[in-house]
Structure formats: structure tokens, C-alpha cells
Design a protein around this ligand. Sequence first.
Ligand SMILES: Cc1ncc(COP(=O)(O)O)c(C=O)c1O
Length: 358
Amino acid sequence: MSVESLISRWVREPIQKLKAYYVPDASGMIKLEAMENPYSFPQELQSEWLGVLSEISLNRYPDPQAVSLRKKMVDVMDVPEGASLLLGNGSDELIQLLMLALGGEGRSVLAPTPSFVMYEMAAIFTGTDFIGVPLKGDFSLDLDKMLESISQHRPAIVFLAYPNNPTGNLFSRSDVEAVIKAAPGVVVIDEAYHAFARSSFIKDVVKAENLLVMRTLSKWGLAGLRVGLLAASTKWIDELDKVRLPYNINALSQASASFALAHKKLFDQQAGQIIEARGEVMEQLAAMDGVEVFSSDANFILFRVANASDLYSRLCEAGILIKNLDAHGTPLENCLRVTIGAKEENEQFLHQFCRLME
Ligand SMILES: Cc1ncc(COP(=O)(O)O)c(C=O)c1O
């Protein structure tokens, strides 16, 4: 039997229909498409950090429970008493792990659309139905539709990205609270962009039994480490920990993340710089004719122009890679998303953008 026939006979149909997550090649370009933090490990910490790494015994498996790292994270991330943390190889892995535990055949997960694509992808991986509830035109939650859909489908999980990706906005707190109250299953508030938002539900995980809050170190300048965290009451964490693969956080990541958390102030300063730059880029975009800019509490800005796909290609030709979200007949028609980079990168982007808009 050929590989093609084996695939068509044995790979589950929804997986055959999937396209692998595409990451464009950004070599030689100014890379503003992936919501990465432009700042690397602070220079003044480099040699101390390398010293920490040199102590690691790579012949040994890492601590399977990442005890020391989790302890530090509990303090730094304001995890309330009575709650614990589950760590994932990025929050992507936590999303998949939640689906493994709560999803599957005959179950559904619900999220507003557009939102982070991995919610739907992980649902497909695990044979879980995905229910998308469109956001309103201004990208706020359509609370009536959300409540109606929750009552109709009774999803095992509701995902709310707070702030939302790709739109950048924070949903209204009272809308989120209404969803938490109405959901029969769990509500996962995905606070991936928390460092730029200054609004959080993490303290509430011990108040609402069905509330779980997810964060990541990726947007805080450590995307290469692949460390995400889920905060919830200890009973939830103990239950979900059963489907986590042992040693999912490698030794280099555990040590580097612990080291970084001990220097939280420096990373927070970098986040502060990004917030400031976001204001400047937003102001300049908003001042241009033909650009509709959406407000952002994240490290990226969504905006709409007359011919997004064409502009996107021309920006690529000019060496600037942003994200093209343009899809005809959808709420993101003619929308582009730019990540806030370092000062020179933002200037280059604005310079080329202005030139192409003329
Ligand atoms: C809302 C949201 N959640 C989670 C993630 C994934 O983060 P991680 O790098 O921790 O897997 C992203 C990545 O862009 C995101 O936008």
C-alpha cells in the first residue's frame, strides 16, 4: 500500500482536511507579524544567565513537576492562595491539554470569532466540536449571542482571549463575568497579552469554581523558552495534571524562566516601553487618511485599509513582515495586524507604510 492510501485509510478525516499551521519565512525582514517582544534577554543579565545554564546536567531529565519554577511563578504572577499552576510547553500546549481532558467526541468548545486560531485547531485535533460566536462590528463580545449559544450547546470550555487576538481589545469585564456565570463548563481566560493590558482575572480563580486563567512568558520576551501557565484552584490543576506529559518543560527553559522571574522588574520595564511605543504607532496610523485603527491593549495593533492584501505584499517587498488578516466577507476584511517592535523597527514600518499609502 502507498503512503497516500495509508494516510487516506487511517488518518482521521478532520486531520486530513487540516492545513499545518503556517509560519512565513522572515529571514532578512523586519519581523512584526508574530507578536514577539523585540527585546532579548537584558544585556546586563546575559553572563549571569549563561552561568546558570552551564550548571544544568543535560544527561538528566528535568524536574517533572518544575517545582522551583512554579513556586517562583506563584509569587510573581499574583496567583491567589488556594490556587495552583500547571505549566505547558507554551500556552498552545495548555490549550491542547485542556481539550484532551474536557473535549472529545460529543463535546464542544466555544469561543468568540475572530480569536486565537489555536482554540479551533486543538478542537479539531481532539475531535471536539468548535462553536464560534461572531464578535460585534466593534469587536466587543456579543453577549446575547454568547449566552444563547452557551445555553444551546453547553460547551465543556469557553475560551476568551483577554485582550483578544487578533483584534487587540479587552472585552468588557461585566460581559466576561456574565459568561463565567452562565457557562456550565469551564471558562478559560487567556491572558497571553497581560503584560500590556494591566487588567486580569487571575485573582478570581478562587472565587468562581469554573474559572481558569492562562498566561504565557512568550509575550514577555521569552517566546523561545516555550513556557505557558494555567492558574486555577488546586483541585482543577491536580485533575488536569493527569494528561500532561512528564518533563514537558525542559531543563534549560525551567532554569531560564526561573532566572528571568527573579529579574521581573527588567522585563516589566521592557513591557512598559512597548506600551509607550504602541501609543506612538497608533497615533501615527490614526492620523493617516484611509486608515481605520482599532484600540489595543496588547503588543500589536489591528487596522483596516482600502486594499490590505495589496499593501501587505508591497510591505513584504519593502522588507517589512506584518500579518495579513484580509478575508473577503469576514469581519477582518481589509485588516492588517502589526506587532510593536523596537523603535527603529516601528519607524521603518511607519516610513514604508506612509510611502505606500501615498
Ligand atoms: C491569545 C493567545 N493565546 C496563546 C498564544 C500562544 O502563546 P504561547 O507562545 O505561550 O504558546 C497566543 C500566541 O500568539 C495568543 O495570541
